[in-house]
Design a protein around this ligand. Structure first.
Ligand code: XLF
Length: 329
């Protein structure tokens, strides 16, 4: 493997000159530049990005903690974050945390050792682990530390909207399948949903799912719900879990939406592919992803950033799992 010592020797310049040229860290004469570049081309030399990052403190890498790579919402937001980071001159280092605190903490060490310039943590399960991270961090949904800004959908209002929609569609015997306690966003959805129900004096039942990616586990949770067919409306905490609920009901010949109406949350691409297609609450995935990157780059550039929770509005997407026409509508 060619190295800068060899390039310097062949170009007839000093190693420090080659280093300045490659890292763009100081003056190099035009003549030397030409000679060095010629040898770089001749030797097909690729700079050692890690060594360079240590030297210049600019790796141009952003670490992205992803809680669940198989959930379409997270692969959509990852795609947005990747595209926008690339446009801004950064490469992503992806870490699949599986909502696991230990895995996330380990990845944090890896990201530090790779000298990433910033970290976006989606649904982080860690807190004090970030205390000695001297790298800018932006969080999506979960609170980490007072110094870390949070980007999130307005989950409370989204949950309320979900209730109001089921109510408007005539549902009065309603179940909410909520996410695990560790998902702060779905806690807010649940609060909004319950408050919406209180305003209409309706009592809703609530069951909690343990995660959002093990289909068998979700099915097991469902089989624990007694007389599910007695409900006329179900709000499921996200689209992927709603897909599992729909599969479960269909296998039991429970008609959607005639017998039970369903609403999910996310507006990820699977909603439209399901049959019947899924009514859901839209999370502005593009806006969320871009905002997270923008804030992070501002922090990296040491610009002033308001450290607060940035809430983005959600909206209802009506599809086939809730009834289209009702008398009086
Ligand atoms: O963390 C929440 C729960 O699942 C996230 O926004 C999602 O809705 C993605 O599917």
């Amino acid at each position: 493997m060619p190295n800068i010592r060899e390039i310097a020797k062949r170009a007839g310049v000093g190693i420090a000159t080659v280093s300045r040229y490659i890292n763009n860290t100081g003056y190099v004469s035009d003549d030397a530049k030409q000679k060095i570049q010629k040898e770089i081309d001749n030797l097909n030399y690729t700079p050692n990005a890690l060594a360079r990052a240590i030297f210049t403190r600019e790796s141009k890498i952003i670490g992205l903690m992803i809680p669940n790579i198989s959930n379409p919402f997270f692969n959509q937001i990852t795609t947005i974050i990747e595209k926008y980071s690339e446009k801004m001159g950064y490469t992503l280092f992806l870490c699949n945390t599986e909502d696991n605190k230990e895995k996330e903490a380990k990845y944090l060490e890896v990201l530090k050792s790779y000298r990433v310039e910033g970290i976006i943590a989606l649904r982080s399960q860690c807190r004090e682990e970030y205390l000695n991270v001297q790298i800018p961090v932006v969080s999506f949904e979960n609170y980490i530390l007072p110094s870390i800004p949070i980007v999130s959908s307005d989950n409370y209002n989204g949950g309320k909207m979900a209730f109001e929609h089921l109510y408007k569609k005539g549902c009065r015997n309603i179940l909410h399948i909520k996410g695990p306690k560790a998902f702060e966003a779905t806690e807010r959805r649940c609060e909004g949903f319950v408050d919406g129900a209180k305003e209409k004096d309706i009592k809703v039942d609530i069951v909690e799912f343990e995660n959002d990616f093990h289909v068998e586990m979700l099915e097991e949770n469902l089989s624990g719900i007694k007389n599910i067919e007695d409900y006329d409306g179900i709000f499921v905490f996200n689209d992927i879990a709603a897909a599992v609920v729909m599969k479960y009901l269909k296998e039991r010949q429970i008609m959607i939406p005639d017998k039970i109406q369903i609403i999910g949350f996310d507006n990820s691409f699977i909603g439209e592919l399901l049959h019947p297609s899924l009514t859901t609450i839209h999370q502005p995935i593009k806006e969320l992803g871009i905002l997270a990157v923008e804030l992070l780059i501002q922090l990296i550039n040491q610009e002033e950033v308001d450290i607060k929770e940035y809430l983005i509005e959600t909206k209802l997407i009506q599809r086939e799992t809730t009834k289209h026409r009702l008398t009086g509508e």
